[in-house]
Write a protein of this length. Structure first.
Lengths: 550, 328
């Protein structure tokens, strides 16, 4: 058998960044081959240059600020960096197509799905309108979109996230290109939808012998779908090889650090609870949101929490898991009384705070604090972080000097320099900001910490460090924690007990190990079965430093 | 079909909701105007040169000005509900007739100015965005900045000086040459010639605003993800602009223009005064100094109806342009 020829051959590609960037090249001297009928996963953390590489292939970089300066990108022998614009346009969509991360923004909001796909066909093929429509409807059926005729006339906002991404995939595949580039195509989706879309990509790829270049940051997804893997760090490929080798026997220290940071799906053994008395108890919590409506109409009602009940003993961590829209964040916000519940009780140490007024609530505020999901939006960009940490204690009567001194020592506690107090949020990385968010919550000396997706905006290695920090302060301060997450891997590692939420209701709850071993509710079973890479257990390394990349 | 019915029902409901809004505006106007010192009687008496207190009292009684404030308000509201806007003592004619006479010219002026401002503003904005940092962009931006910063009345006066007095191209004031007795197309042309200067003056500020807004909006939309998708589909740049960016970029302009029609009414007071345009603005200006409160209230009433109606139209237009907005 002859040596197979790659369909896409990237040779020594370098992409220059503007001169004021933190490094000279977004991608440096990168070589990668893609063969027909295989899925190559390019893995890396944010800023590793994986998306820049993907966009360079199709000439989608914001030139002249970011531009390829060296190397060749050969598509069946033709150098994409050297072809004239008209030829490149002919290749886009027809020979190479692309699927993006967020289908909501990647689709034009004021154009129907059908029109947007029809545009691809009409641009490249001289087909009459009827044949184009036929082709689109057939493809909709192939990507398992229900009611193709309706979808064709729908606007992006009228579809669910999963349907939108299916439509994107249909758009990318409509001309049967030999190469598909998928840039984090499942990152914005819920875990059950993600599992379906991954299956779909794999299926379509197999049917059409497509070569798929799959960009992701998630090793679970890699384990699920990849034939070969290339690991990127700071614009370079540090390791590549068959998926099984890279996942189970990684060679490069960076790969080992990344894989070592992936939380394992089986929960570690946990000590039995020290007391039986619940410290935080929520009973029959209800919250509905009404939108629209007025004098003449009733508007829409969304039940974000319906009869939600759970208990937390002192020092315990309860994980509230569920997909987006399940109401887990609403429950968290009710518990710290940022949102007023419609009904039910919230008892802390036996006292009900669900119905206290503003003034009566004040002494409780410092006993229960929150860490937010988005480390970028939850800090005021115009004030030094030390002042923001000191704000809470100062409103409760601590003097400014004492509060600032405490802010400095807290920053040290969460692993930053005390000097950092005088700097502004934009001077910190995402992980550092999340540390600041934790310090801000700790400044109040809380007994209960509510963490709403505290690590889901972070890269996997940073995520591991922040989780470690949370575990550490929880032990040190004896904190009781309500931990909101959509990531079952994280929940397995962090939580003592778990409550699974769907559509505002808790469908199942119990000790973490028990739920993971014997899920009884069908929804919990689906959730667990959807975790990407559940069949793969990340190998443990005795030598791997957890904090290789910050 | 169902959508059309839904839109009609929406229209009906919004029209119904407008009634209390307009009534509230009427009450506010009435209260505010009554807080101002002086009334029609004092102005009439002042113009007569000499007036005895008895004559003043008689005048006040005749106009009902001697009644308690809440009774006056009550009478006024009752008349309003019957579409009786009262009687102007200055002009000795019913307010409704006066106001309707002047509505046409004002709508003509405002409509022309709005269309010019939006169409030309959008075109210039697109042109500037497509030639980002080129000479066209620079030129358009300078033009926009200058128009934006210059006061309306000054532009109006300068236009008269240059185009009417120096070049003698266009008439200085009025809406038509009454003495010429033009008819048919000749009359249309005559009015159009009179319209050029005031419409240009009124539109210039908004034109500059929309140019800047459209430029910024185009640039913002050009950086969106769906533009990258469109490029990855293999579309030409021209098609990306026309089919994808333009429609999205227009949405903020529609919002802004809808809000600013009210502002244009305010601007038309100045422009109509400068150019002697026989519209509502000029009428309001005159009646203010004559303390003709009935007339003034009538003008305010009609203006507020106009603003409410335009806002409703804009909302419907917005629903047509942006499928994400539902009219319900």
């Amino acid at each position: 058998m002859a040596e197979p020829t790659p369909i896409l051959d990237i040779q020594g590609l370098s992409v220059a960044l503007p001169s004021n960037a933190d490094r000279k090249h977004a991608v440096g001297d990168l070589s990668l081959q893609l063969f027909p009928n295989e899925i190559v996963c390019v893995v890396g953390e944010s800023g590793s240059g994986k998306s820049v590489m993907a966009r360079a292939i199709l000439g989608l970089l914001p030139v002249p600020r970011v531009r390829p300066v060296a190397g060749r990108i050969l598509l069946e022998g033709e150098d994409l960096l050297a072809v004239p614009p008209a030829r490149l346009r002919a290749i886009r969509g027809q020979r190479i197509s692309m699927v993006f991360q967020e289908p909501m923004t990647a689709l034009n909001p004021v154009m129907t799905i059908g029109d947007q796909i029809d545009e691809v066909v009409a641009t490249h093929l001289p087909l009459p309108e009827r044949e184009r429509r036929q082709r689109i409807l057939e493809l909709f059926a192939a990507v398992k979109l229900p009611d193709p005729e309706r979808i064709r006339h729908a606007y992006p906002h009228q579809l669910s996230g999963g349907q939108r991404q299916r439509a994107m995939i249909a758009m990318a595949l409509v001309l049967g290109p030999p190469v598909l580039i998928a840039d984090e195509p499942t990152t914005a989706l819920d875990v059950t939808t993600q599992a379906q879309v991954l299956t779909l990509i794999k299926e379509m790829q197999g049917l059409r012998q497509t070569g798929v270049l799959f960009i992701t940051h998630d090793f679970g997804v890699v384990a699920e779908i990849a034939d070969r893997v290339a690991v990127m760090q700071r614009g370079r490929i540090v390791e590549q090889g068959p998926a099984a080798d890279v996942l189970n026997r990684p060679q490069h220290p960076y790969t080992r650090a990344l894989i070592g940071a992936v939380p394992k799906l089986e929960p570690p053994p946990r000590p039995a609870p020290s007391s039986k008395v619940p410290f935080l108890e929520v009973r029959g919590l209800d919250k509905a949101f009404r939108s629209g409506g007025g004098i003449f109409s009733r508007g829409r009602v969304v039940h974000a929490a319906r009869n939600v009940s759970f208990q937390l003993r002192r020092g315990e961590t309860l994980g509230l898991v569920g997909e987006s829209g399940s109401g887990k964040s609403t429950v968290a916000r009710c518990v710290i009384r940022l949102v007023d519940p419609d009904g039910g009780d919230i008892l802390i140490g036996g006292e009900d705070i669900a119905h206290l007024g503003r003034r009566a609530l004040r002494p409780w505020r410092q006993r229960i604090q929150m860490v937010f999901q988005d480390p970028f939006a939850s800090l005021n960009p115009r004030r030094p972080v030390g002042r923001q940490i000191a704000d809470g204690p100062m409103t409760h009567g601590v003097t400014a000097e004492a509060a600032m001194a405490r802010a400095r020592s807290l920053l040290e506690l969460v692993g930053l320099e005390p000097k950092a107090a005088d700097r502004y949020p934009h001077e910190f990385s995402g992980g550092q900001r999340q540390r600041i968010g934790i310090a801000r919550a700790l400044a109040m000396d809380p007994e209960i910490l509510v963490a709403d997706e505290p690590v889901s905006a972070l890269d996997v290695s940073v995520q591991a460090q922040v989780l470690e920090l949370l575990a550490d302060i929880r032990r040190r301060f004896g904190l009781t924690m309500l931990f909101i997450t959509h990531d079952l891997r994280v929940a397995a590692q962090v939580c003592d007990t778990i409550a699974v939420m769907r559509q505002g209701e808790i469908v199942e709850s119990g000790p973490t190990a028990e739920i993971f071993a014997r899920p009884s509710h069908p929804y919990t079973q689906t959730l667990l079965a959807s975790v990407p890479g559940r069949a793969w257990t990340p190998p443990a390394f005795a030598d791997a430093p957890v904090a290789a990349a910050v | 079909m169902a959508l059309a019915v839904q839109r009609l029902r929406y229209l009906g409901r919004r029209a119904l909701q407008a009634v209390p809004i307009i009534l509230a505006i009427v009450v506010c106007n009435f209260v505010l105007l009554n807080l101002a010192p002086g009334d029609a009687a004092s102005v009439l008496a002042g113009e007569a040169g000499s007036a005895t207190p008895e004559y003043m009292a008689e005048l006040r009684q005749r106009f009902g000005l001697d009644q308690p404030f809440h009774v006056q308000l009550f009478h006024y509201l009752r008349n309003m509900l019957a579409f009786d806007l009262g009687y102007s003592f200055r002009h000795s004619r019913p307010v409704l007739d006066l106001v309707l006479d002047r509505l046409g010219p004002t709508l003509l002026l405002m409509g022309t100015a709005a269309v010019v401002a939006i169409v030309v503003g959008v075109l210039l904005g697109v042109l500037a965005a497509l030639n980002l940092n080129g000479w066209r962009d620079t030129l358009i931006s300078i033009f926009a900045l200058v128009s934006y910063a210059t006061p309306l009345f000054w532009i109006g006066l300068m236009m008269i000086v240059v185009f009417s007095i120096q070049l003698d191209l266009l008439p200085t004031s009025g809406m038509e040459s009454v003495a010429a007795f033009y008819e048919g197309w000749e009359r249309v042309v005559d009015i159009a010639r009179h319209l050029v200067l005031p419409a240009t003056t009124l539109s210039l500020f908004y034109l500059a605003l929309y140019t800047r807004l459209m430029r910024a909006s185009m640039l913002e939309q050009a950086g969106m993800d769906y533009v990258v998708t469109a490029r990855a589909k293999g579309l030409t740049e021209r098609r990306i602009v026309v089919r994808h960016i333009l429609r999205n970029a227009l949405l903020p302009i529609v919002t802004m223009a809808g809000v600013q029609v009210a502002g244009m009414l305010g601007g038309s007071v100045i422009v109509e005064s400068v150019f002697g345009w026989p519209g509502l603005g000029l009428l309001a200006f005159e009646s203010l100094f004559a303390r003709d409160l009935n007339l003034l209230l009538g003008i305010f009433f009609l203006s507020s109806c106009l603003v409410v109606a335009v806002n409703l139209l804009v909302d419907l237009l917005y629903a047509l342009l942006d499928p994400r907005i539902e009219v319900r």
